[in-house]
Design a binder for this molecule. Sequence first.
Ligand SMILES: Cc1cc2nc3c(=O)[nH]c(=O)nc-3n(C[C@H](O)[C@H](O)[C@H](O)COP(=O)(O)O)c2cc1C
Length: 185
Amino acid sequence: MSTTRDVAVFVGSLRKESFNRKMANALAAMAPAPLKLEIVEIRQLPLYNQDDDANPPAASAAFKQRVQKADAVLFVTPEYNRSMPGVLKNAIDVASRPYGQSAWEGKPAGIISGSVSAVGGFGANHHLRQSLTYLNMPAMQQPEAYLGPLGDSVNAQGELIDKTRQFIVKFAEAFAVWVAQHAKT
Ligand SMILES: Cc1cc2nc3c(=O)[nH]c(=O)nc-3n(C[C@H](O)[C@H](O)[C@H](O)COP(=O)(O)O)c2cc1C
């Protein structure tokens, strides 16, 4: 029997009607059995301040502990100005410090970027990969997930259209294999 893997999911948009959040929720509902996906909120995090490393705010400490507990992580994010949104970068910074005590260390990662344009958040996806490389996180390379235009990926009820659903299932299956290969526990 395969081991259940705790996958912490981070959504790069705080918007109530966020397409990326809808995508993350759909993925959580469709992921193959070994993966147990949970969206971990990032909106409550104070801006990272190195002065607080020895005594971080409670919300930051709790967030870091949650990241530490995860077997793997998944980022589902829009692109803001050709990069990842600041809220997501802040969350990454918060759990990465103090130096040498990063909670991200070695965790297998997946990235889905999405935007309302056909570019599909390519810039955000690859800026994020830059940070994950530094943080020593094996980030799945294939299938690449640049979803766009996101407005065409959902129907009037906000449900994923079949083509997007099929792609998300394929992505989730590949990610389950990736996590099994790279998870530390
Ligand atoms: C501050 C800001 C910057 C944006 N920059 C980009 C961009 O660089 N590329 C792009 O394709 N879309 C960009 N967009 C449009 C987003 O793709 C669109 O708002 C999308 O719906 C955001 O994802 P969400 O629905 O999950 O909130 C930007 C939107 C905002 C609010």
